[in-house]
Design a protein around this ligand. Sequence first.
Ligand code: GLA
Length: 366
Amino acid sequence: MKKIILLAAVALASQSIMAQQTTLREAFKDKFLVGAAISIRDVASKDPKVQAAIKNNFAVLTPENCMKCEEIHPKKDLYDFRDADALVKLAKKNKQAVTGHCLVWHSQCPYWMFKDDLAQPVTREELINRMRDHIHTVVGHFKGKIKGWDVVNEAVMENGTLRNSQYQRTIGDDFIRLAFQFAHEADPNVELYYNDYGMDNPNKRQRVVELIREIKSHGGRIDAVGMQCHLSFDSNLEEYEKSIQAFRAEGVKVMVTELDLSVLPWPQGNYGASVETNFDYQARMNPYTDGLPAEVAQKQTDFFKKFFALLLKYSDDITRVTFWGLCDKDSWKNGWPMAGRTDYPLALDRNYEPKPFVSEIIKLVK
Ligand code: GLA
């Protein structure tokens, strides 16, 4: 009996040592790719700690900003691929995949896209031409080097209607399926994704299901829906599960594309990632400037364990889980929806080390 107890104890201990030593990249490799969005500062960093953190923990990289329209196509006749090329080169060196983010989005898109030389709004035909040129050039540039693209980002509103964006207003609702068509023309082998926040919202879920059907009914390609998953402690995992089931039923894969879990209080509920929403700084909304209290860290661990248990349950349908940022210090959550806060939403701490919850979710794989 004593021997059995001893063997069990040894097995448990070695399992937890293994969990500590195994990285996210390794642990989940037979389930789904685990990735991070990284900034160009991370890419260019000479700090060995930063480079080791990128390489060791993640199997796939997403550019946080450098492939967005305003960065990669700042003027009508100017494409600037330098930063994006550097990221792709780093990923290749690290044997990591790259997902492109993002081709068509109402935000971080330069003014010129929608105006003619006299600063008047362009016509539907002209905006379609510009969108086609942008997509063909960018997707074409990375042909064969990128696994998949967020083709359209955040086109659906909370009530399930399409966002009244410049693309939607000028072209009409079909701008979405046209964008997918152009991306497919530019690289028939690249995967194509629709990406959005608030995918725990039934209205948004239903509209995204309709978008998938519409793209497919025109013979278009769509491989996956990206659920951004900018989470907070009150995010509804049951609704996320329903979305996974709904997208799976449409024959597409699901990705968690921008994962972070804020531990801070929210001024007025969780706004997902509607970047237009901002609040003035209040000290009481920034309670953890001196470090994360153990009980809050534990709450985060428990939440991430529940979330990853859900993802593992559907690992046949989920192909990628990407954290939105390399480490807590870099996260956009420190600046949104209130500037100047100290948040702890990611997998790596401010010193680029995996946080305690990481070994806990790794244990779930076994
Ligand atoms: C959205 C976008 C991302 C990023 C985040 C906030 O989720 O898809 O590119 O801008 O907002 O940083």
